[in-house]
Design a protein around this ligand. Sequence first.
Ligand SMILES: *Cc1c(COP(=O)(O)O)cnc(C)c1O
Length: 367
Amino acid sequence: MNVPFLDLKAQYHTIHDEVNQAIQAVLDKTAYAGGPFVKSFEENYANYCGCDHAIGVSSGTSAIWLALLALDIGPGDEVITVPNTFIATVEAISFTGARPVLIDVNPETYNMDPNLLEAAITPKTKAVIPVHLYGQMADMDPILEIAKKHGLKVVEDAAQAQGAKYKGKRAGSFGDVGCFSFYPGKNLGAYGEAGAIVTDDAGIAEKVKILRDHGQPQKYYHNYIGWNSRMDGIQGAVLDVKLNYIDQWNQKRRSHAEAYMQLLSGMDNIILPFVPEYAEPIFHIYAVRVKNRDTILEKLKEKEIHCGIHYPVPVHLTRAYGFLNHSKGAYPVAEQAAEEELSLPMYPELTAEQIVYTAEQLKAILS
Ligand SMILES: *Cc1c(COP(=O)(O)O)cnc(C)c1O
């Protein structure tokens, strides 16, 4: 039995007619860059997240970068985040001219350890970016409390957490700004590149809106040096269709996670995801931990089960961030996760048979 890591075709088949019509409508209106389809999605997505404003942009990376720029973060500033994230979180900090400062994560949730936050704050610190890794939110209450005490802005990297909740409230609605990616493989995926920021702050919303469009509030009248980071019309239209299904798709992921948990529990050589009381995750990734991860991944591939690794090299050990001068051992929890993490196949259309087959093969390899 073949078990792909992700199957975008299977999902497209379930919404084929609706999506094709939505794309045709964009073509009929030639509303390619920004425009009414993006605006409609922005309204619906703000509403979905429980925020006053959503601004569609060209990617999740742009979303984080523009959010930081809108908060006036730049050269001489420091921004705190974690090393076990997709590099975009840290790149966005670097591209404002600020310096990324990393702190380690909690060994059970793999999310920012709030106990390490205060010690990393200096007079230069301007913001903190918790990453809701694998679709499970970071422990926001202590992070928000420390940020408030020190006058720091909070930018959520919710790229993997569309619809995830913390104490009943949705990702993106906790910080000054929430940032989302709609990269095709994300839980809410566009048919191309796209992202968004959400916020309750009208000033930040306005500034991101202007920055994504060359700093122009009015065509050819430029107030800031901005960039071209607009969302395109086709992505807005596709996302608007898919937003109607996101809760049902996330629910399917949760039940797949439940099935994996039941099938794999009771083994002492695999660590399954831990879900704290406060979290309602959406399992963008079903991350387990095993020793000899690379061998196990290869053996699963021989059985046609395709897994992923998120991520094999923590940011501080990448060549790109060598200039931060962190050696091995600087962030032991993130480093151990990078060595042992294995992402099992996970997407809404995964079948019960595929889950059972994956779990059985994995158990056989482990024992
Ligand atoms: C995907 C992702 C991003 C970047 O989003 P893009 O749309 O690919 O630019 C940022 N942070 C995290 C945690 C991500 O998973």
